[in-house]
Design a protein around this ligand. Sequence first.
Ligand code: NAI
Ligand code: MG
Length: 364
Amino acid sequence: MAQNHLLLLPGDGIGTEIMAEVEKLIAHLKEKGLADFSFDTGLVGGSAYDAHGQAISEEDMDKALKADAVIFGAVGGPKWDDVPYEVRPEAGLLRLRKDLGLFANLRPAICYSALADASSLKKELVEGLDILIVRELTGGVYFGEPKEIIELGDGQKRGIDTQVYDTYEIDRIARVAFDLARTRDKRVHSSEKRNVMKSGVLWHEVVTDVHKDYADVQLDHILADNCAMQLVRNPKQFDVIVTDNLFGDILSDSAAMLTGSLGMLPSASLGAPDASTGKRKALYEPVHGSAPDIAGQSMANPIAMLASFAMALRYSFEMIELADKLEGAISSVLDEGLRTGDIMQEGCKKVSTAEMGEAIIAKI
Ligand code: NAI
Ligand code: MG
């Protein structure tokens, strides 16, 4: 078994509690001969600031660059509200994203059948749902120049943001989406607004072009407003959706909420493939934050964190079967009625972070 190397960055608040379950999982996989991961642990966010006055140290950045994947908990909390802007907890995550070149944000929306009743949509619309939104993360209107507010003189001001995409940015995110679709249902919807945006016209053109290298994957184009409608009308029609930074921000949040609470939502961010090994830099993290309101009380739901680890197995290590097993374990523990407080339902059994984590691990 080849050894794969991880950097675990628990961060702050419930980050340390949910990462403890990842450590148990890694030990379990090794003991059962299912996978052999080595790992380092580092500090990020407020815990790093407390230790050495930075949101992440150069030493830990170096470890992140060398690891096959970074597993990230969560950062932040009221304790660090007044620290200087450059070293605030979020700066650690932003630095990681930037230095690892993580331009592709992956947000799945998976509906576990035991929780289908809790969705805002009818059960039959979401039961069995498994879609993946691939959002471009480093370009588009959030970063394009000019970006400013100018005085017009007569008491009027003008706010300007600029949507900019170059061919290479669209090309590389499209490749991520098509590559991922190959490990799934081999269908991609590309979403833009080419009817009213020039960047959308280029997006459509480049994605169509890249598709020539992926003839085995089905490509459909869908306007972003229609995509938003279809996501709540009939979400199961989608497999992979690839879209820009702004539309992806909105579509991924609304798709994720079809399926459950914040404590359930995993994510991944990927970079460019390495020229020699072909492996992408990657960071896996729950969508939620450090939940200071419940930190230190063993109440946190570890599922978003463990499901993020399942994404690492799937997308960084090609351990598809093991990823399926882990997701299956999460599903069956939910079927058995185990719930942390955030997803508690009538007639279910309320469990702690460790009880939930250990029940999932025991099924693998
Ligand atoms: P949050 O996601 O930490 O919490 C929002 C609500 O959801 C809270 O009531 C919390 O208890 C609950 N919740 C979140 N995750 C949960 C889990 N795994 N199990 C059970 N309940 C869970 O967002 P909030 O409160 O807005 O931010 C708290 C801190 O986290 C802030 O400092 C914020 O900047 C930071 N943050 C960090 C992120 C990251 O590390 N990527 C992302 C979002 C926020
Ligand atoms: Mg958002």
